[in-house]
Ligand binder design. Structure first.
Ligand SMILES: [Zn+2]
Length: 313
């Protein structure tokens, strides 16, 4: 498959033009607590009625598509995603791959298989679907690193991901990093010959330094501010992120930006007092408008960039 015009969703291919308002980095069904160091209330409830209501709230405010970047390491649920998409009408693009060091499952044997063998597994899944479900991933990710360096196992995964991307045409993201490790991740992808215009770096709000972000953009990738709603309201930190976005828009770099919530924990759901999948619609995008960002620039960020990242067009 090297179809760069349509996007594979959990209900089958959808024309890129139909993706509409997209959240490019979210999790609907997701488990995190099996990682050795996690003791927080990190899992999302598996309650399908609750999740349908959360997704419908996004749809009711004009939302069309969610990129669900869970992988088997953190609880990907292909059939339940398809059911949810059928029930809500929201397009869901499913991820694939391996998350990051502490989450790799023993049975995945990342440290005992070559990058080529791992890539073959991904290519098979992208081509034929997950197991017997026929449900095919539409993007590779979420892939990442635990710390400010890339571990040997994480490097192997990045090489496998790049090879699967080259064989299938699927985009790569969202590269998980909470420190300045993205340049090292990108170097590995470049060594493998990945198309850097099809790569997105996640969590850029976790290292909000203009020079660092400009350096990433220079390498051709998208950058994501995907923790929107996790700053505990429009306080000082969120205003700093807004100012960074304004600075990038001033430099006419809006075609490199994406925004999302990375909903992955129970407390982020509206059901439990969080801001769910609607913080962008209700609060963050109006704040950008209020700072003078024109509607067409916002549409570039919320509609066009996720489509271009996944389709290459
Ligand atoms: Zn995520």
């Amino acid at each position: 498959m090297n179809d760069t015009v349509s996007v594979m969703t959990v209900r089958g291919p959808v024309a890129g033009a139909d993706l509409g308002f997209t959240l490019p980095h979210e999790h609907v069904y997701c488990t995190l607590r099996h990682a050795d160091y996690r003791y927080d209330v990190a899992d999302q409830f598996a309650d399908e009625d609750v999740m349908a209501a959360e997704v419908m709230a996004f749809a009711d405010l004009g939302g069309d598509t969610i990129f669900e970047l869970s992988v088997p390491d953190n609880g990907r649920s292909p059939k339940r995603l398809r059911t949810l998409s059928e029930r809500t009408g929201v397009h869901i693009v499913m991820g694939c791959g391996w998350y990051r060091g502490n989450y790799y499952l023993p049975e995945e044997r990342i440290d005992r298989r070559s990058a080529d063998v791992l890539a073959e597994e991904l290519i098979r899944e992208i081509t034929d679907g997950v197991g017997e479900t026929g449900i095919r991933p539409g993007v590779i990710g979420e892939i990442g690193s635990e710390k400010d360096w890339v571990s040997p196992a994480e490097e192997r995964v990045l090489r496998a991901v790049a090879r699967a991307h080259k064989a299938t045409g699927l985009a790569i993201g969202a590269l998980h990093a909470v420190g300045p490790v993205a340049p090292e991740q990108l170097t590995i992808l470049e060594e493998e010959g990945a198309d850097m215009t099809r790569v997105a770096v996640a969590h850029c709000d976790a290292y909000p330094h203009l020079g660092y972000l400009l350096g990433l953009i220079e390498r051709g990738v998208y950058i994501m501010f995907d923790n929107c709603g996790q700053y505990r309201g429009m306080g000082q930190f969120e205003n700093r992120i807004l100012d960074l976005i304004l600075e990038l828009v001033d430099r006419r770099l809006e075609d490199r930006l994406m925004l999302s919530h990375d909903v992955c924990k129970l407390g982020q759901l509206r059901e439990h007092g969080g801001t769910g999948f609607v913080y962008l619609s209700e609060t963050f995008l109006p704040a950008l408008s209020g700072k003078g960002v024109p509607d067409d620039v916002i549409t570039t960020i919320t509609h066009h960039n996720p489509r271009r990242w996944l389709t290459g067009t």
